[in-house]
Write a protein that binds this ligand. Structure first.
Ligand code: SF4
Length: 442
């Protein structure tokens, strides 16, 4: 299968951070093309492309833009808000997009602003993404000097380290200066979003891809990928693989080929045990299931999981699934905003029962209680965070019940300390909210 680059096109594996270099590969032609079109014509191209949101929800981008009322219907400022608060464990694609193709991303912002008739763009960037913030600001300065922004104001706003601010309404609350907690919906952001005004909220990769959609034309873009999942996707491959990293591939690419081909197989000569295919909130797949699925919406949904944020985490045979469940649950417990009881209390219960099982103190009743708590969280929360914990944990039990049972029968972890979650998921104590410069040598 050919692997066309759409998001990273022209970067040659490097970074297009100088405006002249971006223009040399056709940069800003799409913006000129879009500005010569009516907003409805731009949206029609997005509809024709069937581009769907790359943040996790997979909602059609053109339809989302079409929900924003025309200014003559709601005479308030219209806003474009870009969700660059990438925090889903295993997901690190947006940071590479902002670092390597900042102009394509910002060009997409201006195209989207034109489509929804907005003069105000806010990019809400994860606080730890300090280098990415600086790259974006430097790119904006270069664009301003070329008068490319027109009458559009672009503000890059830094978050303060809360996973929940990746939920679009919590992000809007945070942007308005309040505690980042999800809002009840309706009203939806398209009608009453930022400052109670019409707002489109889109992910970094979606916006960057919109540039390519206008450049190629919607129908041409739709020829890439597979039905219902057009185009390419930047997959973040991590875990126990030889070559972790971001890989732009067409939707429909076999998961097995990503792990064993592109990813170089399982590190250290180990064998594959399981794969989390779309970020920590998606149900897990067994090694046998990996052989059968392709990386697109229909295939992964058909296998009982989701493409999510396209973060593929490979897990080798040393990994204890109970330990993995503990870490995942600790993460969601820690990041719960506390607004609704099933999530605030339920995530804590899940973690404590899982820890009990892992420590060898669990009983048969605890297994039943674990699944009962998961059931009482799922579908009863204000936002997807609580469900994410419940669904992920329930999937580990469903696929690896024997291993959970062995912890109870043997009074502890059957892997006898040989289990390793190295490179799979950091313990919650390592989830820092410090800026990247403080924890990662740049
Ligand atoms: S599900 Fe959790 S994170 Fe979402 S609103 Fe409720 S308490 Fe907050």
């Amino acid at each position: 299968m050919s692997t066309p680059e759409i998001v990273f096109a022209g970067s040659g594996g490097g970074a297009l951070t100088q405006i002249a270099d971006y223009e040399a590969v056709g940069g800003f032609a799409a913006l000129a093309k879009a500005r010569a079109m009516t907003p409805d014509e731009v949206i029609a191209e997005l509809d024709a492309s069937n581009l769907r949101g790359r943040g996790g929800a997979f909602f059609p981008t053109g339809r989302k833009w079409s929900f924003v009322p025309k200014p003559d219907r709601i005479a308030k400022p219209h806003y474009l808000v870009v969700n660059a608060d990438e925090s889903e464990p295993g997901t690190f694609k947006d940071r590479e997009i902002m670092l390597r193709v900042p102009f394509r991303f910002l060009e997409g912002c201006l195209i989207a602003a034109h489509a929804i008739e907005s003069k105000h763009v806010f990019v809400y960037i994860r606080g730890e993404y300090e280098q990415e913030f600086e790259v974006l600001v430097a790119a904006l300065e270069q664009m301003k000097a070329r008068d490319l922004l027109g009458d559009v104001t672009v503000v890059v706003h830094r978050g303060a380290g809360a996973y929940i601010c990746g939920e679009e309404t919590a992000l809007l609350e945070s942007l308005e200066g309040r505690r980042g907690q999800p809002r009840t919906k309706p009203p939806f952001p398209a009608i009453a979003g930022l400052y109670a005004s019409p707002t489109a909220v889109n992910n970094v990769e979606s916006i960057t891809t919109a540039t390519a959609v206008i450049e190629l034309g919607g129908a041409e873009y739709a020829k890439l990928g597979v039905e219902n999942s057009t185009g390419t996707r930047v997959f973040s491959l991590s875990g126990n693989v030889v070559n972790g990293g971001n890989y732009e591939l067409p939707h429909g690419f076999p998961l097995r080929d990503l792990i064993y081909g592109v990813g170089g197989g399982i590190a250290g000569g180990r064998t594959l045990k399981a794969v989390i295919p779309g970020g920590s909130s998606t149900p897990i797949l067994t090694a046998a299931e990996v052989e059968r699925v392709t990386l697109d919406f229909d295939s992964l949904t058909g296998a009982g999981t989701a493409i999510g944020s396209a973060a593929v985490i490979a897990i080798d045979d040393r990994c204890c699934m109970v330990q993995l469940a503990v870490r995942v649950s600790q993460f969601y417990e820690h990041e719960s905003c506390g607004k609704c009881t099933p999530c605030r209390v339920g995530t804590r219960w899940l973690t404590s029962i899982l820890q009990k099982i892992e420590d060898g103190r669990g009983s048969q009743a605890d297994m039943d209680l674990l699944l009962s708590v998961a059931e009482r969280i799922n579908g009863k929360c204000l936002c997807p965070l609580g469900d994410s914990d419940a669904i992920a944990v329930a999937s580990y039990v469903d696929k690896f019940r024997d291993e959970f049972q062995a912890h109870i029968d043997e009074g502890g972890c059957p892997l006898h300390g040989s289990s390793s979650l190295d490179h799979v998921l950091a313990p919650v104590a390592m989830h820092t909210h410090h800026h990247a410069r403080e924890v990662v040598p740049l």
